[in-house]
Design a protein around this ligand. Structure first.
Ligand SMILES: Nc1ncnc2c1ncn2[C@@H]1O[C@H](COP(=O)(O)OP(=O)(O)OP(=O)(O)O)[C@@H](O)[C@H]1O
Ligand SMILES: [Mg+2]
Length: 435
């Protein structure tokens, strides 16, 4: 099967007296306001491609044209201009019979309130879409039961909607939409009427189910946090036009214009950005083989109070300036003895929301390691704070977060000694300053 689920090519939808003329004028460069006399341009020159198995979010303020677009995707509305292809089939050119077929098998619309039928049991509600499609009872109940299991409601199959909590009812609604079995689900503000806790639960459930069932979902919302949380990719709409398309991270970190920038200003970045998006190359690292002297040199070069000790790129732990100085004084040359292996690490795909707490606990930058524990990046606390506060910041050095020891008085002579004498000679350094 093709990797592309749905394509929209230069879609226009104008409501009003003279839609064709309005489109012509829009194509010639007139604005939405210019063509108001001919009609309301709800959608202007919208093109996008939805890949199979992704959640594609269309986001925009009220009136920006989201519902109009989504209705053109399954032929509920005919575009004034442009074309929609579903799995390569033209929706725009389809006959009424073909359209029915497309809607049943390929693109189903999920309605906002998931309205359940009160006099039917949960399982009959879940199986409702299949019943309409004429699927035999045994088959449809089997499929409904399967999906109910996936949304965690199999024990409630024979209950009635009013015996369920609000959140559970929503899940039945979702189950019903999923049971219908169409490849592409269109969801227009499907969670907007829910209270925040249930909404969150549904968002998580949707992602889980989507991963499990591999459906393609086109999800409309005016809630940016929801868009960022759900979307593999997002199209941002303004006044009928798609003003930017991209992954949540792309939209957050590189907004196409001031409008998008302003829009994303308030988004909860911790739920979107991952460690790999904010990490920096690790500079303050020292190979175990370089010994205490190597560690000391790196500390000085990086103007840092701690360095990461690595071996074949794998993270072994942290070496602090204090430990190095103690080792030098004691005449130890092996770093292994002074590495603190109890170092906090994060994975490249960890969300900042899961990282922030750990960052607060650790005085050194967070180490980002891959699944083989190779050190692939570091996140200094300032970088994290900058990312959260949306302040552009690139630090090159690891910031000194620990209270620095008296670097000038104590450290510099030590480095010089170590550099040109046997390590044991360092024992002559003055005492004091090492708290
Ligand atoms: N049937 C219609 N007749 C005339 N104008 C319409 C019609 N449907 C939508 N519009 C207009 O088209 C524009 C886009 O409407 P649409 O419903 O697509 O916006 P939306 O982004 O879904 O908004 P909301 O977030 O409020 O649902 C609006 O200006 C609306 O008034
Ligand atoms: Mg709408």
């Amino acid at each position: 099967m093709s990797e592309i689920a749905l394509e929209a090519h230069n879609l226009y939808k104008v409501f009003g007296r003279n839609p064709q003329q309005a489109v012509k004028r829009l194509k010639a460069g007139e604005t939405r306001t210019d063509v108001l006399d001919a009609g309301t341009a709800a959608v202007i020159d919208a093109s996008f491609t939805v890949r199979r198995g992704e959640i594609f979010v269309i986001m925009g303020l009220s009136g920006s044209g989201k519902s109009t677009i989504i209705r053109m995707l399954n032929g509920l509305l005919t575009p004034t201009d442009g074309e929609v292809l579903v799995q390569g089939r033209s929706v725009t050119e389809a006959s009424a019979a073909e359209l029915r077929d497309i809607r049943r098998k390929s693109v189903a619309m999920v309605f906002q309130h998931f309205a359940l039928l009160p006099h039917r049991t949960v399982i009959d509600n879940a199986a409702y879409a299949l019943e309409i499609q004429g699927v035999p009872a045994a088959e449809r109940l089997k499929r409904a039961r399967e999906i109910l299991g996936k949304v965690g409601l199999d024990q409630w199959a024979d209950s009635y909607p009013d015996e369920l909590s609000g959140g559970m009812r929503q899940r039945v609604g979702l189950a019903r939409a999923l049971t219908a079995g169409s490849d592409i689900l269109l969801m227009d503000e499907a969670f907007s009427a829910l209270d925040p806790l249930i909404r969150r639960e549904m968002q998580e459930q949707l992602i889980e189910l989507q991963q499990e069932l591999g459906r393609t979902i086109i999800f409309i919302t005016h809630d940016l946090n929801e868009a960022m949380f759900l979307g593999d990719r997002i199209a941002v709409m303004r006044d009928g036009r798609i003003v930017q398309q991209g992954t949540p991270e792309e939209i957050l970190t590189d907004p196409a214009n001031d409008y998008v920038a302003q829009f994303v200003q308030d988004v909860d970045r911790t739920r979107v950005l991952t460690a790999s998006a904010v990490m920096e190359p690790p500079h303050a690292t020292t190979p175990i083989s370089a010994g205490v002297r190597g560690a000391l040199r790196t500390l000085r070069e990086q103007q840092s109070s701690a360095v990461f000790a690595v071996e074949s790129r794998k993270l072994i732990g942290v070496v602090t300036d204090r430990a190095v100085i103690r080792a030098v004084k004691a005449g130890n040359t092996d770093v292994r003895g002074i590495v603190d292996t109890n170092v906090l690490t994060v994975g490249p795909d960890d969300l900042l929301t899961d990282i922030v707490e750990r960052a607060v606990e650790t005085p050194v930058p967070l180490a980002v390691v891959d699944d083989k524990r190779r050190l692939i990046g570091v996140i200094p606390r300032v970088t994290l704070l900058a990312a959260l506060g949306n302040v552009p910041a690139t630090t090159r050095e690891m910031p000194i977060i620990q209270t620095p020891i008296d670097m000038v008085a104590e450290f510099t002579p030590l480095v010089d000694q170590v550099a040109d004498a046997a390590p044991a000679a360092a024992g002559s350094a003055r005492e004091g300053g090492d708290r």
